[in-house]
Write a protein that binds this ligand. Sequence first.
Ligand code: NDP
Length: 318
Amino acid sequence: KVVCVTGASGFIASWIVKFLLQRGYTVRATVRDPSNPKKVDHLLKLDGAKERLQLFKADLLEEGSFDSVVEGCDGVFHTASPVRFVVNDPQVELIDPALKGTLNVLKSCAKSTSVKRVVLTSSNAAVSFDTRPKNPEVVVDETWFSNPDFCRESKLWYVLSKTLAEAAAWKFVNENNIDMVSLNPTMVAGPLLQPEVNESVEPILNLINGIPFPNKAIGWVNVKDVANAHIHAYEIASASGRCLLAERVVHYSELAMILRDLYPTLPISDKCEDDGPYMPTYQISKEKAKSFGIEFTPLEISLKETVESFREKKFIDF
Ligand code: NDP
């Protein structure tokens, strides 16, 4: 079968492409710049790439950019979206590509005569950000949807971009009779296939470089579990709706503690960025993920894999 992966050079998408090729699929991979070796070399080296990987140039903001890529595909994995937590112009840098880009890809799917299912890489960003108080007893599940006003007031622009994009996606697929499953991972860790540090593993690099940790509690999940979940969401005919993906939520102080246990000689800080009370943790439901056949890799292993990957790629030297 032929499938499409948008934003194929990214951290998560590279693993999706790798697993799809392993499973015998022909993969049409979209990137913005197929001539940039940093974006494509690691994909071209994957097993099966020579025979079954095709690169396409496509941009989220270019109307119709995905039409010819998507036509002929049975499934579309839409992962492309900017992941940046610090921006100058949120509308231009995050919201437009996330929101207009998602609709652009879905419009191509609606026009196509072949696409049977779309798997959308949404995020926990579109799930758990609202005014409801959190504590270790609270279980966030698929019925939660982040509140755009809360995101705007809190200036959580990446979170807003993912919330608006997923909400618009559901509206569009419902109006246009498209079969879509959305996956909502928390922060993703694990080994990197791409040559550059991506945004969600950067906090781990900061921790092992001795930088004080943020006062935040956040969920984590392994990139290989996220990639597998995408493939299950496509292959399991009965899969539908949203699916949260998280091994567990921890405060950064605990993340630092796990890293200190794993790497006692590294200068991992025990200081928080601020003096306030620690932000509380909460739970994320695993019920839906279980029904997709996903078992989560323990956070300790994901962190170890991330750091080993930093070492292999010489982002750190110890
Ligand atoms: P990366 O930054 O590694 O990859 C993002 C991808 O989006 C890149 O391939 C990039 O393409 C593409 N992209 C960005 N802007 C555009 C644009 N204007 N046109 C075309 N492509 C564009 O991020 P991740 O792998 O971490 O994230 C992938 C997806 O997963 C995103 O949708 C993200 O929101 C979601 N997600 C990520 C989480 C995480 O912790 N990592 C957690 C939850 C969800 P190019 O290579 O051309 O720059």
